[in-house]
Design a binder for this molecule. Structure first.
Ligand SMILES: Cc1ncc(COP(=O)(O)O)c(C=O)c1O
Length: 369
C-alpha cells in the first residue's frame, strides 16, 4: 500500500520523498484545485463539517439543493438526487426501477458496485465482456422480456469504453432498459462531458439511466443520479439507502458545486485530457507494452504474472514515479499496473515516464507479456 503524506496532484509526497504521480482518478486535476479548496473552506466556516442527519430529516441544506440544481443543469435533466457514494448508486437505482424489468443482465466484468447492487430477489445473468452478440443470444435463448442491461460506461481497470452503440439497439429490440455506471466518464466523455451515452449520441428516450459519482473527474465526493422528476421523487420517497444514510458533508457539497463551475467554463480541459491520454497510450504500445482501452485516461500496462506487475510498479517507484499495482476486486484475471493521466501532467513528466518504462524493458524487469 502506498501511503501519501500530501494531497494528490501531478506530484505527491510519500514517506518524505517526492514522486511523479500517475495514480487515482483525479482526471481533471480538480481534487486539489485552489477554487475548490476556497469553496470548501468557506463551507466549513459557514456550516461546519457535517450535518449529522439524513437528507429526509435535518440533513438537507440550501447547498445540497444548489448542488442538485447545478448537476441537473450539467446533465440537461429535470432533477438530480445526490447521496453518500457512487458505490451506492447502482443499488439505489435498481431497487427503485424494480417492477419495470424482469431480469438483470450485467457485463461479466461489471464493477462490484453493480453486482452487489442487484436486488437479491431478481434473476441475474452475465453476458460476455462488451459482447453485444452474446447479450442478444442470451435474451433470445431465454426469451427474456423487459430486461435491464447494466454495464460500466468506462471500465475502471482496463479503460475500455462499453460499446453502447452496439448494446443499445439490442436493449431496444427486447424492450429493455439500459443502466450505465459512468463513474469514470462523467465530466470527460461526450461533447459536453455527460458521459458514455452522449459519447455515442444515444437518444434521450427515457430508457437509458446513468449512475454517476463526483469522486473522480469532479474532484469532490458523493454519488448522484439525474433524471425526470417522478423518478427522482421515487428515490427520495422510497430508497432506504438514500433515506437512511447521513447526507453529504458541506465541504464535499461545496466542492461539487465549484467543480461544476470549472467544468462548465473550461470545456477545453476535457479535450486536452483525452488528447494527452491518446498520445501516451500510443507511445506505451510503441514501447512494446500490452495495454488496453481506447480514448480514456485509464491506461493499464498488462503483464504476464502478478510478480512482474509488482516488480514494474516497484521499479518505477525507485525511479521516482508512482503507478500502482492494481490489487482491486475484479473478475478480470489480469496482472497490471494502471496509469491514470490528468490535465496536470506536464510533457516533461510524460517523457520521464516513457523513458523509465523503456529502461525497464531494456533491464528486463518485465520481458514476458
Ligand atoms: C465503475 C465504478 N462504479 C462505482 C464506483 C464507486 O464510486 P465511489 O468511489 O464514488 O463510491 C467506482 C469506483 O471507485 C467505479 O470504478
Amino acid at each position: 500500500m502506498i501511503v501519501l503524506d500530501s494531497g494528490i496532484g501531478n506530484y505527491v509526497l510519500s514517506e518524505g520523498r517526492k514522486y511523479s504521480f500517475f495514480g487515482g482518478n483525479n482526471y481533471l486535476g480538480l481534487a486539489n484545485h485552489p477554487y475548490l479548496k476556497e469553496a470548501v473552506i468557506k463551507a466549513v466556516e459557514k456550516y461546519g463539517v457535517n450535518f449529522s442527519a439524513s437528507r429526509c430529516t435535518t440533513g438537507t441544506s440550501d447547498i445540497h439543493i444548489e448542488l442538485e440544481k447545478q448537476l441537473s443543469i450539467f446533465k440537461g435533466k429535470q432533477d438530480t438526487v445526490v447521496f453518500a457514494s457512487g458505490y451506492q448508486g447502482n443499488g439505489i437505482l435498481l431497487e427503485i426501477l424494480k417492477g419495470n424489468y424482469s431480469t438483470v443482465l450485467a457485463d461479466h466484468h461489471a464493477h462490484p458496485s453493480i453486482t452487489s447492487g442487484i436486488p437479491r430477489d431478481v434473476s441475474i445473468m452475465t453476458y460476455n465482456h462488451c459482447d453485444h452478440d452474446h447479450l442478444e443470444y442470451l435474451l433470445s435463448k431465454h426469451n427474456i422480456l423487459k430486461p435491464l442491461i447494466i454495464t460500466d460506461g468506462v471500465f475502471a481497470l482496463t479503460g475500455e469504453i462499453a460499446p453502447l452503440d452496439k448494446i443499445y439497439p439490442v436493449v431496444k429490440k427486447f424492450n429493455g432498459l439500459l443502466v450505465v455506471d459512468d463513474a469514470h466518464s462523467t465530466g470527460i466523455l461526450g461533447n459536453t462531458g455527460k458521459g458514455t451515452p452522449e459519447h455515442f449520441n444515444l437518444p434521450d428516450d427515457g430508457n437509458i439511466f446513468q449512475t454517476e459519482t463526483m469522486s473522480k473527474a469532479l474532484g469532490s465526493y458523493g454519488g448522484f443520479i439525474s433524471g425526470n422528476k417522478p423518478l427522482m421523487e421515487l428515490i427520495r420517497r422510497n430508497s432506504t439507502t438514500y433515506k437512511a444514510s447521513t447526507s453529504l458533508p458541506p465541504p464535499v457539497v461545496a466542492a461539487g458545486i465549484a467543480s461544476l463551475k470549472i467544468i462548465g467554463e473550461n470545456p477545453a480541459l476535457r479535450i486536452q485530457l483525452l488528447e494527452k491520454a491518446g498520445r501516451l497510450r500510443k507511445e506505451i504500445s510503441m514501447l512494446g507494452y500490452r495495454t488496453s482501452g481506447d480514448g480514456t485516461p485509464i491506461i493499464p500496462i498488462i503483464l504476464s504474472t502478478m510478480d512482474k506487475a509488482k516488480k514494474l510498479s516497484l521499479f518505477l517507484k525507485k525511479n521516482g514515479i508512482i503507478i500502482p499495482f492494481m490489487n482491486y476486486p475484479s473478475t478480470h484475471k489480469l496482472h497490471m499496473i494502471r496509469i491514470t493521466v490528468t490535465t496536470c501532467h506536464t510533457d516533461d513528466q510524460i517523457e520521464t515516464l516513457l523513458s523509465t518504462l523503456k529502461k525497464s524493458r531494456i533491464n528486463g524487469t518485465d520481458q514476458s507479456q
